[in-house]
Design a protein around this ligand. Structure first.
Ligand code: HAM
Length: 426
């Protein structure tokens, strides 16, 4: 019988890597709390119609990448329901906003989420079929200020802070405006008109997009198509005065806050709900899948799925990609625990457990060895996992003076038991 394996595009996350995931999530939660965001948890699957209407039928995500199934009817009289594993979470959050009438509070809703998403993409480094997003949305009635460019700038400034606190350096913020729904429609027509003559010289995907969703042509990565794309009309020329003013205000607030950015008129993003501000943060260390996160404004999404007017802006970070980036940045300094306790002989095991308890209670991270190991084996194990080894034999137990070796400096010292926690904390 063949052995069963994790399904293509899915992965097990194991220690020590999971510690990094937890650290990223803890940092994100702490930053979100400081910006007064609260957590929302929505279901992993939703009615397929939510994504078709919210994200857009013509997008790659909805037309090619969703895990969708007909749910069995419970009774013959009942109809089956088409369900889909969420490929993203903005549509779900806006559905919940509508369902729970959060707009009636009259307040801005500032919601964040952490959890798995599913897309049937071709797996490669940084691109999985189950992946995790850390995202946030700011949404509310216009009377609560949800349309203000200050909200866009604050979200971007929060992202710069979060990446800094995660220790991710060297990112680039790409920013653009795709205008209002009317601006986009106008631009789509302008593009369509030009593409009629040039698309036949482009890749097969662009030939299809030229008809179904011309904006997506700007996203094409095929090298031969780039000179043609450079000659296409630019969306900035299709923006109405309000959209131009909004974008200028976002830029001015970013300048005031000292958040660096790069304007990119080709950034249109792969989801149909975007209006006005769109953005992506990229990182050079990621290779082909270089987007750490993406987001933007979606002023018409609530109405598109049957809700009240509720403009919003948000983003989602690819947590898998944050991990890859941090691993690349931290490759030289693997995390080690504070101390490894090596009991000398099996009879010392109970005393070693008592010492470990003492140190752990003092807040130290401690690995407990095994008394039946030879000292050499204990040293090897300790060197792999800990910054120092603490040796506990009969003499040490009686005298209360322990031997501590620091692997980085190579020094060996005698430390009274009462001072051990303080010494190991340094
Ligand atoms: P998105 O650009 O489709 O936007 O995804 C956001 C991020 O999720 C990407 O930048 C990437 O880091 C990560 N990601 C996407 N697909 C994969 C994959 N197959 N494997 C690993 N990571 C992936 C959204 O999902 C929007 N909901 C963001 C948003 C929130 N816009 C407004 N509010």
């Amino acid at each position: 019988m063949s052995t069963l394996k994790a399904v293509r595009g899915t992965r097990d996350l194991l220690p020590p890597e999971t510690a990094l995931w937890n650290r990223i999530e803890a940092t994100a939660r702490s930053v979100f709390a400081r910006y007064n965001f609260g957590e929302i948890r929505t279901p992993i699957f939703e009615d397929t119609g939510l994504f078709a209407r919210g994200v857009g039928e013509e997008t790659d995500i909805v037309s090619k990448e969703m895990y969708t199934w007909e749910d069995r009817a419970r009774a013959q009289s009942e109809k089956t329901q088409s369900l889909t594993l969420r490929p993203e979470n903005t549509a779900g959050v806006v559905r919940a906003y509508i369902e729970h009438k959060l707009g009636e509070t009259g307040q801005l809703q500032k919601l964040y989420y952490i959890g798995p998403q599913f897309r049937r993409e071709r797996p490669q480094k940084g691109r999985y079929r189950q992946f995790s997003q850390i995202g946030a949305e700011v949404i509310g009635p216009p009377s609560a200020g949800s349309e203000s460019p200050l909200r866009d700038a604050e979200v971007l400034e929060m992202l710069a802070t979060l990446l800094d606190e995660l220790g991710i350096t060297g990112w680039t913020l790409h920013i653009n405006s795709v205008g209002s729904a009317a601006d986009r429609a106008r631009y789509n027509e302008a593009l369509r008109a030009v593409l009629v003559s040039v698309a036949p010289r482009m890749c097969i995907d662009c030939q299809r997009r030229a008809v179904t969703n011309p904006l997506r042509v700007l996203d094409c990565k095929v090298a031969e198509d780039q000179p043609i794309i450079d000659t296409l009309p630019r969306i900035a020329d299709s923006l109405d005065e309000d959209s131009k003013t909004h974008f200028a205000a976002v830029i001015a607030a970013l300048d005031a806050a000292g958040v660096p950015y790069s304007r990119n008129s080709r950034l249109v993003r792969g989801l149909d709900y975007y209006t006005r501000t769109t953005f992506e943060f990229t990182h050079g260390g990621l290779g082909a899948q270089n987007a750490l996160l993406g987001g933007g404004r979606y002023d018409g999404l609530s109405e598109a799925i049957g809700g009240p007017k509720a403009p919003g802006i948000g983003f989602a970070m690819g947590e898998d990609r944050l991990v890859l980036t941090l691993q690349a940045l931290e490759a030289a300094t693997p995390e080690k625990v504070d101390a490894f306790i090596a009991p000398l002989g099996e009879s010392m095991n109970p005393a070693a457990l008592a010492l470990a308890r003492e140190l752990r209670r003092a807040g130290l991270t401690v690995e407990l060895g095994e008394g039946s190991f030879r000292l050499k084996k204990s040293f090897e194990a300790a060197d792999k996992t800990a910054r120092r080894i603490v040796i506990l034999g009969e003499d040490e137990l009686q005298s209360g003076i322990l031997t501590v070796k620091d692997f980085a400096t190579g020094t060996q010292t005698k430390v009274p038991r009462g001072e051990l926690a303080a010494v190991l904390t340094k």
